[in-house]
Write a protein that binds this ligand. Structure first.
Ligand SMILES: Cc1cc2ncn([C@H]3O[C@H](COP(=O)(O)O)[C@@H](O)[C@H]3O)c2cc1C
Ligand SMILES: O=C(O)c1cccnc1
Length: 348
């Protein structure tokens, strides 16, 4: 059974932190959204002097049976190949993590490869257009694998935690999950992923719609079904692991950062499993995948960055770490008007 003990953040700390922001030597509100980020970090850490040190990103990787339907611009083998690239330090996330003082952890929760991996729950999901992605027990296990990886990263010193994704076909699974959880049409949440052409895009929308019909026949009204049941039908082993990263991260009381479309599907699931997770979430960026904006609206999250990125791997999440660190430093290090002897109003 899954059980995560997650405290909601204290409203008193939010109020105190907001009041403190207004005492700092700047016109109130002049640091814009950075102030709200600092306030939330202070409330999460329960201090008026929040600090963020080393970060971590857990790149959750798995394969998808639905690639048999021609939904990606790339073959499934790229998932395993990219895993080697992550480990060799040659991927986009490795460079961005270096710039943002973050450690990259790679988690093979479900790659379809002959090379064994200790954390792999199964070798790829079932083809969700035709069958369940995984069993409910496998869904729980994949969440636990993600949770364990988060706990390891925290034990090794992470003070802020992001999740990343790698899995050819995962924007199809993310679209199906998002449509199911939010009660949206396939077309509203299906994007071009790695860059499928117009014909493949039309097919991808149909595949998502077929998967949703199949899941609904099994579970009934999908917005009312349990999150683990929806996850088992429409899958994504890496998306399950992402949910586990966020659940364990929230349990440990760390600020958590979402990435793009597949990762935010994991965040939606985590919040369905335990709504208190939401208090710890920051949206690192807004992806160009159209469904990502629907997810952010549902979570009520404003992204830190909008750089027209649509890669995944945790790149957009980790890129926001320096801004979150600066938001904490502003709260922790700025003098108040009283401390600095600066006139709070010029009497004007
Ligand atoms: C070389 C390469 C590196 C990637 N890194 C992340 N993704 C991203 O693209 C995939 C999802 O898109 P779709 O659903 O269209 O397959 C995921 O693996 C995701 O992490 C990559 C994709 C490729 C090709
Ligand atoms: O939004 C994302 O993170 C994304 C978009 C396309 C492909 N992979 C990931």
């Amino acid at each position: 059974m899954l059980h995560f003990k997650i405290q909601p953040i204290a409203q008193e700390w939010l109020a105190q932190a907001r009041a403190h922001q207004d005492q700092l030597t700047k016109p109130p509100g002049s640091l814009g959204y950075l102030e709200e980020l600092g306030v939330r970090l202070a409330a999460i850490q329960q201090t008026l002097r929040p600090t963020l040190g080393k970060g971590a990103v857990i790149v959750c990787a798995a394969d998808h049976g639905v690639t048999a339907e021609g939904v990606s611009a790339y073959p499934s083998e790229v998932t395993a190949q990219m895993l080697l690239n992550f480990r060799a330090g040659g991927a986009a996330i490795n460079q961005i993590a270096r710039a943002a003082d973050a450690q990259v952890y790679v988690l093979d929760v479900g790659i379809n490869s002959p090379t064994p991996s200790p954390e792999r729950v199964r070798s790829g999901t079932g083809n969700i257009a035709r069958e369940a992605a995984m069993t409910r027990a496998e869904a729980e296990q994949a969440i636990q694998v993600g949770a364990e990886a988060a706990r390891r990263a925290i034990a090794e010193g992470a003070t802020i935690l992001a999740a990343g994704d790698m899995g050819i076909g995962n924007t199809t699974a993310a679209a199906a999950l998002t449509a199911a959880l939010l009660g949206l049409e396939a077309r509203a949440v299906t994007g071009r992923g790695t860059g499928v052409d117009a014909a493949r895009y039309q097919n991808k929308v149909q595949v998502v719609a077929t998967a949703l019909r199949r899941a609904q026949a099994r579970l009934g009204e999908l917005t009312k079904a349990g999150p683990l049941e929806v996850l088992a039908e429409l899958g994504g082993l890496e998306i399950a692991a992402v949910a586990g990263v966020f659940l364990a991260g929230a349990e440990a009381g760390l600020p958590l950062v979402t990435d793009g479309f597949p990762v935010t599907a994991g965040a939606l699931l985590a919040c369905r499993i335990n709504p208190n997770v939401r208090d710890y979430l920051f949206a690192g960026h807004r992806s160009l995948e159209p469904g990502h904006s629907r997810q952010l609206e549902a979570l009520g999250l404003r992204p830190v960055l909008e750089l027209d990125m649509r890669l995944g791997e945790g790149t957009g999440a980790v890129l926001s770490f320096p801004i979150l660190r600066a938001a904490a430093s502003v709260m922790a290090g700025m003098a108040t008007f009283a401390q600095a002897g600066v006139s709070q109003t010029g009497g004007l």
